[in-house]
Design a protein around this ligand. Sequence first.
Ligand code: TXA
Ligand code: MG
Length: 360
Amino acid sequence: MPMGSRSARARHVEVDGLHPDLAVIDQVAASLRAGSLVAFPTETVYGLGAAIDRPDALARIFEVKGRPATDPLIVHVADLESLVGVVAEIPAGVVDLADAFWPGPLTVVLPRGRLVGDAVTASGPTVGVRVPAHPVAERLLRAVGVGIAAPSANRFGHVSPTTAAHVLDDLGSRLGSADVVLDGGATPLGIESTVVDLSGARPAVLRHGGVPIEDLVAVLGEVDGTERRVAPEGTATAAPGGLLRHYAPDTPLVLVEGDLGLASRLLDALHERRVRPRVLDLPAAAERAATVLYSAMREIDAADVDLILAVALEPKGLGRGVNDRLFRAAHGRVVIDDSDVTVERLVAQVSGRDARARPR
Ligand code: TXA
Ligand code: MG
């Protein structure tokens, strides 16, 4: 495959997702050590990585993503032992979590250690860390020998990338010729890690994700923040992944909390009012829905559609993580009926968007 985007400048390097060529991984690790950015697959989504001892590269992550400097980065390490120096100390609770979920989609926030600078933590006292469960990420981490700080490899606020093509579409023109997009195929899980803050008096969930809350509670006991939480836009927040406007396609999206019958009645009512809506087609099984969620959002966004209707999944297990992403992609717009008032409100949203979208 040629570079995914015509204007892409980064090197596109393909490896087998299960058995990556170690010589290739070594070369890419050398690029990271030399201060290049490397987009790489994890089990959740693609990350845009920099070595944690390269402040120049860390600063470029924010530039390339258009990410506010106040939003801290997750540090990825190869295993629990590699946390030494990345976090101030490794409490017993973390060992329990590591036993249960690492390698895997759980990020733990802890007081930061001497190896982690302000460029990673947004000058804060804590750092988010995780051990990703992906052969490419794991081999790369072992080859680099230091932690890799990596946010999702998308434009800030946009839909997260689950393929190298998504990364190139979003960031290709913003990366330099020494940067690398390491293509290990589509990411299997499809939504980001669950973020749990262990730096306070009680564990608190900052972001729903790949580890279901039920599983987390089974290990930790009481956990705060398990219900839907949003931070109003423009306010400082513990986890900007908690911002209401996040993970969003460009086309307006609303979350339908009801059955498919409700969605199809809404489709009919909107068609009658000359709006072109489409239902975001997701499998009912939460694991499969998570895997295809972001691709489906990007696809429908590229289609000629005025309004996306996304039907909420059953709110349990991974379904909660998926619903959380849909709720944010909807900027909190939830529809629970097909009354005239509701339909008019949706029509108004579409025309409001047209008025705003024109100048761009
Ligand atoms: O699955 C994932 O977590 C992916 C892959 C690449 O590992 N990464 C990811 O990173 O989603 P990012 O930067 O897009 O989202 C990380 C979230 C952000 O909401 C960030 O604010 C929060 O975690 N976070 C990171 N460090 C934190 C800290 N020290 N305290 C509170 N929140 C933190
Ligand atoms: Mg992100």
